[in-house]
Design a protein. Structure first.
Length: 383
């Protein structure tokens, strides 16, 4: 699998530079994104896309990306709360707001739909779109359970369409560069991977896995391939404080470890990945920083010295001002939405697909089964 990450081609620079140099003080805060969108001429190679869901996450992390995606033409917004739908449409440049998804699909005739809500919304609205042959991008998780995720896959196949799931960590710069480096073959086959993530409180294992753990599971698959067997251990040390440790084997012959917990606060989350090949390894910090530890990465001979501790680093720059260096770009939100728009246009193949969502959900169900039974689980046998 090749890495997919935002292009830095010169053809995309004018719109970004124009935005970066705008006198932002000349626009009210709630009009900056919409004003910028309206200042850019419509292009023939834009995808007519609608957005269902206008809550906190979508309006903070997703909608703000649209102004920076030349292929994304936001034609409609929908939310059960009319005030939220109208606010998002006004702020982010959509010509019309709706409270009924079917009406939006009938009238706006979008070529694709983005969904951001709770898992039951992703599942129900996703099915509605897919049955009409409309591609979808949906936030994770795609459903509350494996059966729902599989139903989305089967519905898309039956309708001859497709969908993507919001696994934005695949599009975070350091993670995408790590994938490209692994594709070079220099590190050799993956021998081990360790994934760690700490976040704020959850009151049950399933919710912690569905809303947070699924990101690390998918990132692990993106970097190291498919899981074969797993054995999980869990601890609940106090109200809201949970931890899960999972040992697993990989299809490539390597082994892995997943450690996720809710012992942190939401202001101070923690994420690390350590992966080894043959003769070296790599270390990822929160999708922003990548360190490659390998004899082949040495940039000098060190004549006459006994040298240890060589590595090569990539760090996402924070020297750029404004939006570009914010989490929208560095965390992968911009990349995943742009990729969806380009896939709708037929310019690229979909990645982080509904099938990936179902595979991740199968692993989650396997972890829960192992926690309940105390036994190892063969992932392919999970139903």
């Amino acid at each position: 699998m090749r890495a997919v990450f935002p292009s830095s081609s010169s053809s995309q620079l004018p719109a970004f530079v124009a935005f970066a140099r705008q006198d932002r003080l000349s626009f009210p805060a709630n009009q900056r994104q919409a004003s910028f969108r309206r200042s850019v001429p419509r292009m023939s190679d834009t995808a007519r896309l609608a957005f269902a869901g206008a809550g906190n996450h979508s309006t903070q992390a997703l909608y703000p990306c649209i102004a920076q995606i030349p292929e994304f033409d936001l034609v409609a917004v929908c939310d059960l709360d009319a005030a939220k739908a109208e606010s998002a449409a006004r702020r982010f440049g959509a010509p019309k707001a709706y409270t009924d998804v079917a009406a939006m699909l009938d009238e706006a005739q979008p070529a694709g739909v983005c969904l951001c809500g709770m898992p039951d919304m992703h599942h129900a609205v996703g099915l509605e779109c897919l049955r009409r042959g409309i591609p979808v991008w949906m936030e994770k998780p795609p459903a509350w359970d494996l059966a729902g995720a599989v139903e989305l896959v089967e519905t898309a196949e039956a309708a001859g369409t497709w969908g993507m799931v919001g696994f934005m960590k695949r599009f975070a710069q350091a993670n995408a560069i790590a994938r490209e480096y692994l594709d070079s073959g220099e590190l050799g086959p993956v021998s081990s991977i360790t994934l760690m993530h700490g976040a704020g409180r959850y009151n049950e294992f399933r919710r912690m896995l569905l809303f947070n753990g699924i990101h690390m599971i998918d990132l692990g698959r993106f970097l190291a391939g498919e899981w074969v067997t797993l054995h999980a251990f869990g601890a609940q040390t106090s109200a809201g404080t949970q931890a899960i440790s999972v040992s697993f084997t990989l299809e490539c012959g390597g082994v892995g470890q997943l450690n996720i917990n809710s012992a942190h606060t939401w202001q101070d989350t923690f994420e690390q990945v350590y992966l080894t090949g043959s003769g070296g390894g790599l270390h990822l910090e929160s999708g922003r920083d990548l360190e490659v530890i390998s004899q082949k990465r040495r940039f000098a001979e060190g004549r006459g010295l006994e040298t240890f501790g060589w590595s090569s680093r990539y760090t996402t720059s924070h020297n750029l001002s404004g939006w570009f260096s914010s989490g929208h770009h560095t965390k992968g939100y911009w990349g995943e939405l742009r990729h969806f728009a380009r896939a709708v246009l037929g310019q690229v193949e979909p990645v982080a697909t509904l099938e990936d969502g179902a595979r991740d959900m199968r692993i989650i169900e396997g972890i829960l089964q192992s926690l309940e039974t105390g036994r190892s689980v063969v992932v392919a046998d999970v139903r």
